[in-house]
Each structure stands twice: as structure tokens, then as C-alpha cells.
Design a protein around this ligand. Structure first.
Ligand code: URA
Length: 238
């Protein structure tokens, strides 16, 4: 593995940041300072040290998952099948966690990962990643102006909070596509409910710039590519 890729993976920084750290304050491989970022190292056997701390490589698994209807985003649920029950037929690492939640009846893009630091950075990075949803309402939507006005909702603990202004992409009859910038429980349903609408169908189309591939059917998953992971990190942290 290239040294910059190793540093990026173990310190959970972008490739660009890893290159900067290799230049300054520097990284040591088997006791020797290495400044060439493309240097190939053996990630399992070479001793890599950064700021006097050994860096240990652990392969991580990240996936894009098309959540189907009727399963809850949890490891266990007394009542309903979970996404992990749904995925049981595939061999997956036991330490897989979901990035955020979707309601039981919501479909669409979910990111699953064994990489706790990656999930943390996406959830609590400098920038909140926008989540784009396709919403089907009970009746044609005519309140675009009000949707973009300041709105106060009540969170799961009964506390009022000011909604960050969403981005409205398009409205066609009862179909609305919008991006929200916070992940509070039932956020979309509450927003439309506050305007007098009922959400009949909710589908997550994208997280940041990452769209659910049209070839990924409900219940299917595919690995997140290195480029997709880096791009999401970049959007959340820089
Ligand atoms: N907003 C909701 O109301 N439900 C979801 O599952 C996601 C966003």
C-alpha cells in the first residue's frame, strides 16, 4: 500500500492531508523518515510511526445499501425485522454500523461501515452532509414558500429547535425532492406535517454528492469505493 494511503486510512484524514503530514511533521517507516508519499509499504509488517505513535492498519469495510421498506435500522428489534436480518444471507463483518437512521417505512440510500471514525466524521464533521429525499405527499404540494421560511419543530426529547433551511429541488404535483441538513428523528415527516401534509412515501436519494445507484435494488448492497469514501470525507470535513 502507498504510504499516503496508509496514513490517510490510519489517521482518518484525506489523502491530501496525509501528504501534508508526511512532509511535516513526518512519518517514520522501520525507523527511517520517508518523505516520498508514493513509497510502497507492507501495511501488515512495516512499523510506521507518526508523532512517536505507532500506526496500526485495520482493513475496513464500507457499503452502500438500498434499504427496503419494513425493516428497522438497528442491530436488534423485539418487534420488527432489522436491516441486519435482511442482510443475513450475505457474509458481512459483525461490527458493521449504519450512518444515521431511516424510518421503518423509508427506503433508499444508507451507508454501512465497520469504520467508526469514518461514521463519526460524517456525522460530526465540520459540515453537515445534505440528505436528499424524494417525498410523496397525500395531496399536491403548494407551500414551497412556507417550506423555506424559518420553521420550529420539536425534537425527540420534547425540545424546540429551528430547522436549517432545506434546499427545494423540484415539485411536481404531490412529489417533492428536497435536501435537509440535519438528521433529527422523523424530520421530513414533521416538516410536511407542520405545513398540513402527510408523507405517504419517503425515499433517500443521496447523501452529500453520493447518489443511490439506479442499479442497486431494494435489499442490495455494494462496496463503497475508495474514491466515494474520500469524497464524502472531503465534503464533511473541509
Ligand atoms: N425524515 C423522516 O421523517 N424519516 C426518515 O426516515 C428520514 C428523514
Amino acid at each position: 500500500m502507498r504510504l499516503d494511503a496508509f496514513v490517510s486510512k490510519t489517521l482518518h484524514v484525506t489523502r491530501k492531508e496525509a501528504k501534508r503530514l508526511i512532509e511535516h511533521p513526518g512519518v517514520y517507516v522501520n525507523g527511517q523518515r520517508i518523505t516520498r508519499t508514493q513509497t510502497l509499504i507492507d501495511e501488515h509488517h512495516d512499523a510506521v510511526v507518526f508523532r512517536d505513535q505507532p500506526l496500526h492498519y485495520q482493513a475496513q469495510h464500507d457499503y452502500l445499501y438500498h434499504k427496503p421498506k419494513g425493516v428497522v435500522v438497528a442491530h436488534r428489534d423485539g418487534q420488527h425485522p432489522t436491516i441486519f436480518d435482511d442482510l443475513n444471507h450475505t457474509r458481512l463483518p459483525a461490527t458493521l454500523n449504519a450512518l444515521g437512521r431511516l424510518d421503518k417505512d423509508t427506503t433508499g440510500l444508507l451507508i454501512l461501515s465497520t469504520d467508526g471514525a469514518f461514521i463519526h466524521q460524517l456525522m460530526h464533521g465540520k459540515h453537515t452532509l445534505g440528505k436528499t429525499y424524494d417525498v410523496t405527499l397525500n395531496t399536491p404540494f403548494t407551500e414551497s414558500v412556507k417550506l423555506l421560511e424559518p420553521m420550529t419543530l420539536i425534537d425527540g426529547k420534547g425540545k424546540p429547535y429551528q430547522v436549517k433551511t432545506p434546499t427545494l429541488h423540484h415539485v411536481e404535483g404531490a412529489q417533492v425532492r428536497l435536501t435537509i441538513y440535519e438528521g433529527k428523528t422523523h424530520q421530513i415527516k414533521k416538516m410536511f406535517h407542520a405545513l398540513g401534509y402527510e408523507v405517504l412515501e419517503l425515499h433517500r436519494h443521496a447523501i452529500g454528492s453520493l447518489c443511490l445507484p439506479t442499479t442497486l435494488h431494494p435489499g442490495e448492497l455494494r462496496p463503497l469505493s475508495e474514491a466515494e469514501k474520500t469524497q464524502l470525507l472531503l465534503e464533511a470535513t473541509t
